[in-house]
Design a protein around this ligand. Structure first.
Ligand code: QUE
Length: 376
């Protein structure tokens, strides 16, 4: 039996609505939710009564904080890792879901009203419409838990230019203004108007509802369409990150990035120097293995399709289950919450190209992401 109340499913007017409903876990996507979402999306794709899908979160603070890595941690401790366990199944179902969303034949709309991280980015960015609010907070923070940016990150960060590498490595959190300029948010709707929009959808046809609710289209070239998503500080943060990224994250060699950051920290203007110092401080706290893997994922991802990226990320995800840092990272950040992970190895120098290559090795045929009969 599936407990589908963790994902509310209903049709309003001609819109299929999926509501993430695990508020205590900030709507983290567990195995149950990932399966239910995919099954429902497949059903609605062939349902003439459904013109579009709207995904929202039922939690004051979050759209979706990520994948339920705590469940991977707990099951890993109890039943181990490997085929058939939560560690293998959760990532597989998440990536299959992402792939479906990216190729979905109907409009797929996500309202990113609050924390939108990791898998939360995965189940929104690949859809056709991403509506930000003034509370949108986005990140791909996986290097902080000894994991890697996934759900297609090796594909979508490559479309961002150097700032993609900055975000993938540091795991930095950013707001709706930043997301709009990255092209991650396509529309804006303030939280105060959110429930009106949901109600309008019940009675008005899909196309007219956008205008009726006052959902505004974003064009990064037109400041009037992005300014409501952040403050003067937001604008400065984005501008400075762009500059830091151009100067320090254009190379796919981690050492070069770090050297440029140190150079800017020492000799850049006050603002740039401060931003470089912040980046360096973040990178110092991240898992050295995760940082090396992330660079390699982005490097290899540059020439791959989304589905090829997902297949590669799945190999790396499963290799991370066998390493030490994922379990140590989840323990330190989400379970014991001491915020003090002990990474192994503890320095970048100790992570060799050979170690990195190991994480990208093919899995046995029946475990590869494209070899799974029940999901294709
Ligand atoms: C990095 C991450 C995640 C994170 C924190 C990080 C992540 C994730 C969660 C999360 C948060 C609340 C929950 C939960 C998971 O936090 O991926 O189950 O209740 O899912 O620093 O990558």
């Amino acid at each position: 039996m599936q407990d589908i109340s963790e994902l509310e499913i209903y049709i309003v007017g001609r819109v299929g609505r999926l509501t993430l409903n695990r508020p205590k876990a900030l709507n983290a996507v567990n195995l149950n939710v990932a399966k239910a979402m995919r099954n429902q999306l497949l059903a609605w794709q062939d349902d003439e009564q459904v013109d579009a899908v709207l995904v929202t979160g039922k939690a004051d603070r979050a759209f979706c904080a990520g994948g339920d890595v705590k469940s991977v941690y707990q099951s890993g401790k109890e039943q181990g890792i490997g085929p058939g366990t939560v560690s293998a199944e959760l990532f597989r179902h998440e990536y299959e879901l992402v792939s479906l969303i990216a190729s979905y034949s109907k409009p797929y709309v996500a309202y990113l009203d609050g924390i939108t991280m990791g898998t939360g980015v995965g189940i929104s960015l690949h859809g056709s419409h991403r509506i930000a609010s003034e509370f949108t907070r986005m990140a791909m923070p996986e290097t902080a838990i000894g994991f890697v940016p996934d759900v297609g990150a090796s594909f979508f960060f490559n479309q961002c230019g150097p700032i993609g590498r900055l975000l993938a490595l540091t795991g930095k959190t950013f707001d709706g203004y930043y997301a709009a300029n990255l092209g991650w948010a396509t529309h804006f709707l303030p939280r105060s108007e959110g429930s009106k929009w949901m109600t309008i959808l019940e009675s008005v046809d899909w196309q007219s509802a956008w205008a009726a609710a006052g959902v505004r289209e974003i064009d990064p070239a037109k400041p009037s369409t992005t300014e409501n998503l952040g403050t003067e500080e937001s604008r400065q943060v984005y501008r400075i990150d762009r500059e830091i990224a151009e100067q320090c994250f254009a190379s796919d060699e981690l050492e070069e990035c770090l050297q440029s950051l140190q150079r800017i920290e020492a000799s850049g203007s006050a603002k740039l120097s401060e931003a470089a110092r912040e980046c360096l401080a973040k990178l110092k706290k991240r898992s050295p293995t995760s940082l090396r893997l992330t660079c390699e994922l982005l490097r290899r991802g540059e020439s791959l399709s989304l589905d090829e990226c997902l297949k590669m990320e799945y190999r790396v995800s499963q290799a991370c289950m066998r390493g030490a840092d994922f379990f140590e990272g989840v323990r330190a950040v989400l379970v014991d919450k001491d915020q003090n992970p002990k990474w192994q190895p503890s320095s970048l120098m100790e992570v060799t190209p050979g170690d990195v290559a190991h994480y990208f090795a093919p899995l046995s045929t029946e475990l590869e992401l494209d070899q799974l009969p029940e999901t294709r």
